[in-house]
Ligand binder design. Sequence first.
Ligand SMILES: Cc1ncc(COP(=O)(O)O)c(C=O)c1O
Length: 381
Amino acid sequence: MPVYLDNAATSFPKPPGVAEAVTTAIGTIGGSPGRGAHRHARQAMSIMKECRAKAALVLGVSDPDRVIFTGNATESLNVVLKGFLRPGDRVVISGMEHNSVVRPLQRISAQGVAYVISPRGSCEEIDMAAFETMVATKPRLAVMVHASNVNGALMPVDRAAEICARHGVPLLLDAAQSAGVQPILAEARGLGMVACSGHKSLLGPAGVGLLYVRPDLEVSQLMEGGTGSRSEDFNQPEFCPDRYESGTPNLPGLAGLSAGIDFILREGLERIREHELGLATILENKLSEISGVKVLSPGVRGIGTISFVAGSMNAADIGFILDEAFEIAVRAGLHCAPLAHRTLGTFPEGTVRVSPGYSTTEEEIEYFLKSLRSILDKGRR
Ligand SMILES: Cc1ncc(COP(=O)(O)O)c(C=O)c1O
């Protein structure tokens, strides 16, 4: 039986209704939202509006127009990092950040934006006293991943938000992995910006992402173009979300995302989280019983993602054999997060990552464990 345990890359399978919503948007509705007054365009606009309202609910944002649609979390992060930071600015980031944060920062560091990495704590992924010391020097921005895509750690976002608020530093939260599993509470936490994937735990198709920017923060758009609004004006509209949404929107993607969020709202975020964390506990306990296997246990677990190393056996080999011989999809290596692996001490070899999703069963987890045991037994012989 094929088993998909790579939901941290993208969720699969999508819940019932998602593929149908995509197909209906392409095959029946057609039309481009905000472009034209005919029924197709109007229907398309109502799908987009509905999706925005649901996304606002998930992000904890009261005005849906503050939710910006992007292509993925990477685009959302790029908009903030390149549209907010200026030469001479400093940024504090956690040591658990993804390349979607590190690479744009690395690029703009050539233009005089400096970033510093907050160190690891003794038993947690970040030393909050050191983070506070760094934030107290009043950098222009602080960046923190909400839940790690490497070991599933839940980062101390409430404490970070409180520290940042006290020092007047906006906090950019990378919620690529957490949205759909953990409450984001953008306004309640006073977050500066939030970047999300739509295709991971929000259960939409690939090609959709979300961005929230607090109204008092000036973030420049990266692109200008047609928005379907103020067409008479040569200048880009300044209001949200049009300022950031140039070009024809991904209607099929948004229709699918809307259906994905419907599923979460119907099932309940808590129930989905309990299910995934329950599977993670089984995985962690049983993996730890296998001789030579070391699980990268997080300080506090926020999502179902588990990472482990297995003695002398290479992570990539394990991933390859799981796929080839057992039809089990996991991800091995650095997971686009070399900084997090450096912080956790697993660079450059990386780990095997197992990420169950809302539909993963205990039987699938048992099958994975049995398959892994047999791979490791053979490797020892
Ligand atoms: C923590 C984290 N941030 C950002 C991203 C980028 O997300 P996307 O693929 O939606 O661009 C990922 C994707 O794996 C991630 O895990």
